[in-house]
Every structure is written in C-alpha cells, then in structure tokens.
Design a binder for this molecule. Structure first.
Ligand code: AMP
Ligand code: ZN
Length: 118
C-alpha cells in the first residue's frame, strides 16, 4: 500500500498514531472522528494515499467503491438505519486532512443546508 509518511491518516492506518477503529479490510480503514459532530461520526479512508476527491481517477476509483461497501457493512453491523456520508474536497469545502475520507454521520435528526451540520 502506498503510504505518505507526512500524512496524518497514513500514519493512523500504519498504527503510528492511535485511533478508535470501527472497520478494516484490505482496502479500507475506518475510525471514530476525534471531534464528533453527531453521536455516530466515523471516517472511512482508502489505505492507499489519495489526497482528495479531485484526484479520483479510473486507476484508483475502486477504492471509493470499497469504501461505500464498508459503510454499508458498518451500517448493517451496527444497526444504523439512517446516515449521511460527507466528503469535503478542498479548502472552501473545509477539507483539513489531505487524505481522501468520507464522514459517516448518524444518530441525530439532520437538517439540510449550508450550516446544517455545523
Ligand atoms: P475534513 O475537515 O473533512 O478534512 O475532516 C477531517 C476530520 O478529521 C475532522 O472531522 C477531524 O475532527 C478529524 N480528525 C483530525 N485528526 C484526527 C485524529 N487524530 N483522529 C480522528 N479524527 C481526526
Ligand atoms: Zn495519506
């Protein structure tokens, strides 16, 4: 797997930085967000370093399919009926860690709109 030694999420995947794991397979690692915005707030990341959604290509997009499979399995395993999946790409969208990740958020009634999760 291609890891970037300066990337926070690569270091979490490598076990160099602790995390609360919720799911793992050959392609995907998932862990609890350190600053949850809802009762359930997990981050799903590809084990290969991809910086952001803008860099998803025909060559690496299988990782994204694997992430959505992992989200579905986790929802099933934890009996999560309703959830939201969020990806922030780039500065204006609020991406703060440059390793592709999908937030899985659940456990509360969510509104819709710019500040709905803030
Ligand atoms: P984003 O703002 O979309 O890039 O999301 C990055 C997320 O990573 C934020 O929700 C942070 O709370 C979360 N985060 C940052 N550092 C850690 C960490 N060490 N363990 C778990 N989550 C983290
Ligand atoms: Zn990385």
């Amino acid at each position: 797997m291609a890891l970037d030694k300066d990337c926070l999420f690569c270091r979490i995947i490598a076990g160099e930085i602790p995390s609360a794991k919720v799911y793992e397979d050959e392609y995907v690692y998932a862990f609890k967000d350190i600053e949850p915005i809802a009762p359930v707030h997990y981050l799903f990341v590809p084990k290969d370093h991809i910086c952001c959604a803008k860099k998803i290509t025909a060559e690496n997009s299988a990782a994204v399919a694997k992430i959505f499979e992992a989200i579905s399995k986790t929802a099933e395993a934890e009996n999560i009926e309703s959830f939201r999946v969020i990806n922030n790409c780039g500065e204006d969208a609020g991406q703060s860690v440059m390793h592709l990740h999908f937030h899985m958020v659940a456990g509360k009634k969510m509104g819709w709109g710019e500040q709905s999760l803030g």
